[in-house]
Design a protein. Structure first.
Length: 474
């Protein structure tokens, strides 16, 4: 039996006719050979946003494995994307921040472009394509730069050159090194344009060659501008006014949270509007998920394609009085993660194990049967046993880290089952019993009854958080 011959129980009997493209479904065939890999990565979508996405629920969740406790280890766009492409934490990529510089943005990531999923899979015979957001700081001045490993390069250019920075209309795309200016009509909506290019990549990939598609639309990143057809959608989508929303007493929180005023009615209304607009922009992403699955089906690839749907980080809309990401709270750390791979027998199950974005590269390389280069090490582990149902994984703790900035001090911490611990560069600490306090409204770091646990988790974090973030010392 070859490496890629799967048991009959793992094969898909019928390819589905799905999506809105209306293409005929091909006759199902045995899934042999290396799988196609499709990564769909949204921007600032927290874990509970999937509820507003019917295609994701019907085409991915219902046919895949939904990881109900998935996290990003550094809740910020560029650091998370660097981790996804390399399998390494921020301490090892050196990408701590979004702004270009020695420790942030495209500038910090560029030295790593020779060792990514793109180079490894391309070297193994895959046709590779990136469509959408790459790294913060990849601007018009760099539009001619195509990183190693990518056969088709359709990267958003979000600064310079007269390109819009909102991510939705008037954007620029580096079309294989040539700057392409999009217009501002509804037909130029970036999610739709990018989705069409992703489908084109699938349609044009040689049938004899496995493909790796990295599709990364801008949505639902602020300023959350929806398509006109979804302008009135999500009217009944519940706002996140939970116990931690506009938290009344933040005296137990670190100083940067404790200094925040409560949200008055006008600001609450503004951020409720952002929440609904984020939901509306995800409707457009959901459409493209349908088109991508449709294209995989019509080209005969769906039965042997691993589709990984995730977000780079979460987002807060007033929880703990905070309106952003970056912070080490659940709404910022937890992300959606769904994996569908029909040939492996995924079929609408849930996996409660704690996993993180550091695990994606390991999982993809494991599924593709491609070894990492000699001497290369990652900070994650393959989730394939959970995807295939063939076993479990030993992961009891998730590293939490952040490099600091104007608003949030650098921090290191750890997320374990039922508990979150964080220590800031200021020396402040947070400890939450998530079983008793899932909304993290009561910091128990100063509780003498938790001294032993606090010490244990601090020691865990200290061992994991190496190298430490800029400006942070233990």
């Amino acid at each position: 039996m070859t490496k890629w011959a799967l048991s009959a129980a793992a094969l898909v009997a019928v390819a589905l006719l799905i999506g809105s493209g209306g293409r005929p479904a091909p006759t199902a065939k045995a899934a042999t050979g290396p799988p196609n890999i499709v990564v769909i990565l949204t921007d600032d979508q927290r874990y509970d946003g999937v509820a507003s996405m019917p295609n994701v629920r019907q085409l991915l969740v219902a046919h895949g494995v939904q990881f109900t406790h998935a996290f990003d280890n550094n809740p910020l766009c560029c650091p998370a994307r660097a981790t996804i492409l390399t399998g390494q934490s921020s301490g090892h990529t050196g990408v701590w921040w979004n702004v270009n510089g020695a420790d942030g943005g495209f500038t910090a990531f560029e030295p790593h472009e020779g060792q990514t999923l793109a180079t490894w899979l391309h070297g193994a015979g895959y046709r590779t394509g990136l469509v959408g957001k790459y790294m913060n700081g990849y601007g018009a001045g760099k539009a001619g730069h195509i990183p190693l490993g990518w056969d088709d390069w359709q990267a958003l250019v979000l600064e310079g050159g007269g390109c819009s920075t909102d991510g939705y209309f008037g954007e620029c795309i580096s079309d294989n090194g040539v700057l392409d200016h999009l217009g501002t009509s509804q037909a130029d909506y970036s999610t739709t344009v990018l989705g069409a290019r992703a489908v084109s990549f699938i349609d044009q990939a040689p049938a004899s060659q496995p493909l790796f598609l990295y599709f990364a639309p801008r949505a639902p990143h602020l300023p959350t501008i929806p398509e006109a057809r979804y302008a009135n959608a999500c009217a009944t989508f519940p706002t996140p006014h939970r116990p931690d929303y506009n938290e009344a007493d933040v005296s137990d929180k670190p100083a940067y949270i404790g200094a925040l005023p409560t949200l008055g009615a006008p600001k609450q209304a503004v951020w409720d509007g952002h929440w609904r607009d984020a939901c509306r922009t995800l409707h457009s992403v959901d459409d493209q998920v349908g088109h991508i699955v449709d294209a995989l089906s019509s080209t005969g690839r769906l039965d042997n394609t691993l589709i990984l749907f995730a977000s780079d980080n979460g987002m807060l809309f007033g929880e703990h009085r905070w309106m952003n990401k970056i912070v080490p709270y659940e709404e910022s750390l937890r992300i959606p993660l769904i994996v569908r791979w029909d040939a492996a027998g995924t079929s609408g199950t849930a996996a409660p194990a704690m996993v993180s974005d550091m695990d994606y590269a390991e999982t993809i390389m494991d599924a593709a049967g491609v070894p990492f280069p000699a001497g290369y090490s990652t900070d994650g582990q393959s989730l394939l046993p959970l995807v295939t149902g063939s076993g479990s994984i030993a992961k009891e703790k998730i590293l939490i880290e952040h490099g600091g900035g104007v608003a949030v001090p650098a921090y290191c911490g750890v997320r374990v089952q039922g508990w979150t611990f964080v220590r800031y560069a200021t020396g402040e600490e947070e400890l939450y019993d998530l079983s008793a306090d899932p909304w993290e409204t009561q910091n128990v770091a100063a509780d003498p009854a938790q001294a032993a646990r606090l010490g244990h988790l601090r020691a865990l974090a200290q061992g994991m958080c190496q190298p430490t973030p800029p400006g942070f010392t233990w």
